[in-house]
Design a binder for this molecule. Structure first.
Ligand code: TXA
Ligand code: MG
Length: 319
């Protein structure tokens, strides 16, 4: 069932969560599939509904930084304090030592937890009304595109969840930036709306990519992810896209191209990273619904400000 994310919808959603149910709700990044972080049955059901491997840990969402500090307890540290001060509430997830009392499966049995304080007014109101930590992976079947509209979640998960709160389009449009705050230097695990430049302003130096230990601890960052059903090929320049288009035409296959800024294509997204991030998943959902044989994406420049977009396209196109 989909309901508007007004006062009544949010109150209903909070009751369903408190009773151990699952609710899809909007955040500033993408829609999340929420359940109580302390409830093993709710957490198990999230994995089942998504078809998510039990080895891929979830993100714990709380209503404010004070609640996050309290949950993290002695695991809270200087990096967490600095990043939370700069970016919470907002699209940043911190990896910290695991808190006590969480369902074992919430962290996939691992020694760390991912924690975030979202800024979306609906998410904040829901978390405040619920009063307890809520785990929320993106509200899509495992491996599929993340939802940035309630309708995306409805088409993918439908009645397998107890309620979908419709709060319109998610403003940021790509999943939160994930930073491992247990290592020194801190490590950027997933690029997102909080850009590398902004992290640098707060952290100075930081490491990038899955470190050798984090691979084992964050199997959800495996390459193929966020993928449309249609085959997607990522290329670095419009000439390569043109070649693929001519080949497809010669073979009678239907293709559409996607590009950024001034680059000509069938679908052109903005040339500004934050605007392109906002539009990316909706564009991929739309292209995917056309029943094409091939989608060709011309990647934006290999610059840190474009990492989030390049990362999602690289994952969507991984074989
Ligand atoms: O923006 C977001 O973060 C959205 C909204 C709903 O909040 N949620 C989201 O969750 O993207 P999900 O489950 O789709 O992605 C969580 C990512 C996965 O790549 C997972 O492996 C990683 O965070 N992760 C979770 N716990 C971790 C941990 N303890 N250590 C390292 N990575 C972790
Ligand atoms: Mg996801």
């Amino acid at each position: 069932m989909i309901v508007a994310a007004d006062e009544h919808g949010i109150a209903l959603a909070a009751r369903i969560l408190a009773d151990g149910g699952l609710v899809v709700f909007p955040t500033e990044t993408v829609y999340g599939l929420g359940g109580l972080a302390h409830d093993p049955d709710a957490v198990a059901r999230i994995y089942r509904v998504k078809g998510r491997p039990g080895s891929n840990p979830l993100i714990v969402h709380v209503a404010g930084t004070a609640q996050a500090r309290e949950l993290a307890g002695e695991g809270w540290n200087d990096v967490a304090e600095a990043l939370a001060g700069a970016f919470w509430p907002g699209p940043l997830t911190l990896v910290l030592p695991r808190a006590q009392g969480l369902a074992e499966a919430a962290t996939a049995g691992g020694p760390t937890m991912a924690l975030r304080v979202p800024s979306h007014p609906v998410a904040r109101a829901l978390l405040a009304a619920c009063g307890r930590p809520v785990v929320a992976p993106s509200a899509n079947s495992s491996g599929r595109l993340s939802p940035t509209l309630a309708s995306h979640a409805w088409e993918d998960l439908g009645d397998h969840v107890d309620l979908i709160l419709d709060g319109g389009a998610c403003p940021a449009g790509v999943e939160s930036t994930v930073v491992d705050a247990t290592t020194r230097p801190a490590r950027l695990l997933r690029p997102g709306p909080v850009s590398p430049m902004k992290l640098e302003e707060v952290l100075g130096r930081f490491a990038v990519g899955p470190g050798s230990e984090t691979v084992a601890r964050s199997p959800g960052l495996e390459t193929r992810h966020y993928a449309p059903r249609t085959k997607l090929v990522a290329v670095t320049n419009p000439e390569a896209a043109g070649r693929l288009a001519r080949e497809a035409l010669a073979e009678g296959r239907e293709m559409a191209s996607l590009a950024f800024g001034d680059t000509p294509a069938d679908m052109i997204l903005p040339g500004t990273p934050s605007e392109a991030e906002h539009a990316l998943f909706a564009a991929l959902h739309r292209l995917d619904s056309l029943g094409l044989d091939l989608i060709v994406a011309v990647l934006p420049p290999d610059e840190p400000r474009w990492w989030a977009v390049r990362d999602r396209l690289a994952r969507a196109s991984a074989p």
